[in-house]
Design a protein around this ligand. Structure first.
Ligand code: ZN
Length: 197
């Protein structure tokens, strides 16, 4: 096999959920594909890290040209309700269904001592700073409903700054697939959000 093709297959096979067979198929697809498409694809990949960064307020992914993401900049969003999620993908799942009209805070993971991830490795300090400084009435702790997600939610609840009364809610149980928001079907996610308590 030509070196370049082998390299491409290895790079594609590194992606999550993709085995060598699928990687080979995709690499050959790219080889046969329209030149402009492949060039566009490569260019997008090469700018991925340089063109994007984290929102300075909520840590969602945003264009590097903007300090704040589109949600943080939107004056129509309710600033009193803050939804705390583990990852940006959870924000996307919630936004796709228009379940939440307030702001977000992306933690960047969960507390997981087994994997060497401690509270200080996550965006928890900046969450507390926001709670102290923004007019927030409710915090929806939308971490996944598994052991680590629950432990992270508990950690935040116990250390929350009590400058003013903040209502804390949790998505209702019943999320399938070990409680992952990103894998929940639409109806389940809508109900988990509606029946939060
Ligand atoms: Zn933001």
């Amino acid at each position: 096999m030509p070196q370049t093709l082998k390299r491409l297959i290895d790079l594609i096979a590194f992606l999550p959920g993709i085995g060598e067979k699928t990687a080979t198929k995709l690499a050959l697809f790219l080889l046969r594909a329209n030149g402009a498409y492949v060039k566009n694809f490569a260019e997008c990949l090469s700018h991925l890290h340089s063109d994007l960064h984290e929102c300075a307020r909520c840590h969602a992914v945003t264009d590097r040209t903007d300090e704040l993401c589109a949600i943080c900049r939107d004056p129509r969003r309710q600033t009193s309700v803050l939804c705390v999620v583990e990852e940006y993908i959870d924000l996307l799942a919630i936004e796709r269904l228009s379940l939440h009209s307030g702001g977000y805070h992306v933690l960047g993971g969960v507390i997981s001592p087994v994997n060497g991830i401690l509270a200080d490795d996550l965006h928890i300090k900046s969450l507390f700073t926001r709670i102290e400084n923004e007019p927030i009435d409710e915090i929806i702790l939308a971490t996944n409903a598994n052991l680590e997600g629950e432990a992270t939610a508990l950690y935040i609840t116990e250390r929350l700054p009590r400058a003013h009364e903040v209502k804390i809610t949790r998505l209702s149980r019943g999320l399938p697939n070990a409680g992952y928001i990103e894998y929940a079907d639409d109806v389940t996610l809508v109900n988990a959000f509606r029946e939060r308590r």
